[in-house]
Ligand binder design. Sequence first.
Ligand SMILES: O=S(=O)(O)CCN1CCN(CCS(=O)(=O)O)CC1
Length: 503
Amino acid sequence: CGIVGIVSTSNVNQSLYDALTVLQHRGQDAAGIVTFQDERFYLRKDNGLVRDVFHTRHMRRLVGNVGIGHVRYPTAGSASSAEAQPFYVNSPYGITLAHNGNLTNADDLSNDLFRTDLRHINTNSDSEVLLNVFAHELQKLGKLDPTKDEIFSAVGAVHKRCRGAYAVIAMITGYGIVGFRDPNGIRPVCYGERTAEDGRKEYMIASESVALSAAGYDLVRDIAPGEAVYIETDGTLYTHQCAEDPHLFPCIFEHVYFARPDSIIDKVSVYKARLRMGETLAEKVLRECPDHDIDVVMPIPDTSRTSALQMAHRLGVKFREGFIKNRYIGRTFIMPGQKMRKKSVRQKLNPIGLEFRGKNVMLVDDSIVRGTTCKEIVQMARDAGARKVYFASAAPPVRYPNVYGIDMPSASELIAHDCTVDEIREIIGADWLLYQDLEDLITCVSDVNDDIEGWECSVFTGKYVTGDVDAAYLNRLEELRNDDKRFESTGATSSENGIIDLY
Ligand SMILES: O=S(=O)(O)CCN1CCN(CCS(=O)(=O)O)CC1
């Protein structure tokens, strides 16, 4: 998911819309914007892409110089529009919240909230739980006019109670916005500033730096793990470290394919990381097979293009765009149901025959998750006349589910969960399968920022940095996903109020 928040000296609706459009790659399932003016706030959210959710009539209603926005894609929760964000609670003050990440103790928190506070959580979304914990902790302080001290105290309490990954922007109606990041800094969030004509400062908080530059804000810096940035309506900005024991363990998968290449996350250029991933892949080829017979290196559009280019350069072989992508088909890996996914690969990619005929082609993708689209693509290359089809993954084998907010299938659906590399090669039908080594991937994103203590790479290692993800949690996740799969197969949809209607 993608989050954005702005405190400006003029209407923010258009800037929020533009920023969400730039963050659309972080979620295509739903979008929402909320702004406030005087004591009232205005909310528009629904399923769909940014350009589909907001029409002129909606934009006209989103008045005010302060606002937040969110783009969502389905993680564990259901895909109903009830889970679109920002979420809202009326007490205290009227708070709306946008969250990227996932809480690993949402169920316990939800029960606590009902028992201690009679707060009813109406969706399966951990973001609604997070909002109610924040609201509860703020309410406990009982101040009529909250200052930065109350805000920072409530964030500190959130750090104590909420476990998992979260990059959050909350808007306190009439007062301002606060952005904060989990104590491990797993999900990215940064902030920028610009000076209005009248000389006053304006601020934007966003998941990726690319959203700032698109709106004319200069990147100031990333929000540190555990830190909160509070910006009042008059543009006064406060920051505070709210966690007891913060460490910077950013999610390495942002660099694999999740973030945009033109973003800088925790001072690491995503683009440069991907170039280096191509470099280390090429070095592995030269190490393992110095007399390789690769004729041409081809990316599987889009994210692996950068790595493939550098890999070809380092190997001294041709780089060719052998596959052309139809940019108007949604991404395949998050569409529901296996059949849909298979169909859309053929719709989405088309080979240019002359680049394949009689050639030994090395196809490069950013990662192999299910193996379904890779298998299709290898077959397409053969049908197009390739002599040999080699396959390289710019990421190591994805063996474990992600619990920190990157949409991954359950362990049983991960092709590398219990297969050797050669078994995977067999399944996808390639003549050679090459994976990035984890040490190399880490090298590609390191030695830029000394504050980074390590990387959250549980999908590759099965080690979860928050230390509370055990087999029981993963099994429950598996069941939950299997339930979702069951819904998909019967065509049932969990509607807003949870009543199952078969269509
Ligand atoms: O960001 S982009 O949309 O450009 C590419 C995203 N990337 C493409 C490759 N898949 C794995 C295919 S499969 O292994 O699951 O078949 C992970 C996601």
